[in-house]
Design a protein around this ligand. Structure first.
Ligand code: SF4
Length: 177
């Protein structure tokens, strides 16, 4: 069984245990599972494929999948921030998947950026995320719906609005020193 298949089995089992379903689009689901697997290889834990992880377990703990925000998001909107876990009505197409607000507190997001930026000496200029960690990851945003993910390449399909790869653009972040 490949690592991505193991991630799928884990997600399916967790979805079943909570009465959830997984993203209905096979390509988007595969993309999310690959993102989780890549993060697990990189950090040693499967941090959220849609968020910037710092690489420090204590800072990233709340965004290790399934993240602390999944259940309230599924309850309120019908799906988690990445739309990996979804509710039955969403799975059956009764509720569309559209971007939802980030529930992770801004202070925690800022902390992740700060910890990541500590790997560089220059905190006073626009630092592309590609420079923050290992020079291989980018923060990508979907120009159509605003969905954001942190990965090497842009996704083939946006899991939220189904925009194609060409609709993704890299995002630069300013880290305040
Ligand atoms: S938003 Fe979804 S995919 Fe991302 S960590 Fe939370 S549960 Fe996992």
């Amino acid at each position: 069984m490949t690592s991505v298949e193991k991630a799928r089995v884990r997600a399916e089992s967790d979805a079943r245990a909570h009465g959830y379903y997984l993203h209905p689009d096979p390509a988007s689901l595969q993309d999310l599972l690959e993102g989780l697997q890549r993060n697990e290889e990189r950090y040693g834990y499967p941090s959220c494929p849609c968020r910037l992880a710092s690489g420090a377990f204590a800072v990233d703990r709340d965004i290790i999948c399934p993240c602390d925000y999944r259940d309230p998001d599924v309850q309120e909107y019908g799906y988690c921030y990445c739309a990996l876990y979804i509710r039955k009505d969403v799975s059956e197409g009764e509720t569309p998947i559209t971007p939802i607000p980030e529930r992770r507190p801004p202070a925690k997001q800022a902390r992740a950026y700060d910890v990541a930026a500590e790997t560089t000496n220059d905190k006073h200029v626009n630092i592309p995320v590609t420079l923050l960690l290992t020079n291989t990851l980018n923060l990508w945003y979907c120009k159509q719906c605003g969905y954001v993910c942190f990965r090497e390449d842009s996704p083939y399909l946006c899991p939220i609005c189904k925009a194609k790869k060409e609709m993704f653009a890299p995002l630069s972040i300013t880290v305040q020193g």
